[in-house]
Design a protein around this ligand. Sequence first.
Ligand SMILES: Cc1cc2nc3c(=O)[nH]c(=O)nc-3n(C[C@H](O)[C@H](O)[C@H](O)COP(=O)(O)O)c2cc1C
Length: 184
Amino acid sequence: MSRHSILLIISGSIAAYKSLDLIRRLKEQGVEVRCILTKGGEQFITPLSVAALSGQPVYGDLFSLKDEVEMGHIRLSREADLIVVAPASADLIAKMAAGMADDLATAMLLASDKKILVAPAMNTQMWQHPATQRNLRQIAKDGAIVIEPGEGMLACGETGAGRMAEVETILVAIKKHLPAFRAK
Ligand SMILES: Cc1cc2nc3c(=O)[nH]c(=O)nc-3n(C[C@H](O)[C@H](O)[C@H](O)COP(=O)(O)O)c2cc1C
């Protein structure tokens, strides 16, 4: 796998630290990684770590005059081969299911013509809540590919389903869904 471009959305979950390893692993394999950090995501990891690991500017502001002169939210999607949301918070999944577009991540997802992989990460009760399960069914119906979370010890101290899939599992899903090599 080389010279592909992935747009990674990191949302507000305690599992956001794992996305740093995902970036590192993708870069090791020659994949260009651009990142959008949501307002929630920024509470868990810093734009500086994401920028340093990805070697790219980090995007977060829908109303950035600099980026939006070039319609940044649309350009980001068009220039990517694949979009990955990891971790995907319950909140972001709900917004996707509702077709909301009130921040850069959701506006870009709604304006996207690319395949979207979603790796949910949340507390077991959030995961099992009928609203979350309904939203997941909706986004899958709309074409998103959901990478099922695993079970185990969660950051909140509880044990159960909702733990984000391992980075290795996300990498396997990414490789499966990346289109053929695109020369640059
Ligand atoms: C310590 C802490 C951990 C959290 N972990 C998660 C989580 O793993 N998954 C999740 O869906 N929400 C989690 N939340 C709640 C989200 O951060 C919150 O819903 C936030 O608004 C999501 O922002 P986003 O839309 O940018 O993802 C957590 C909140 C706190 C304070």
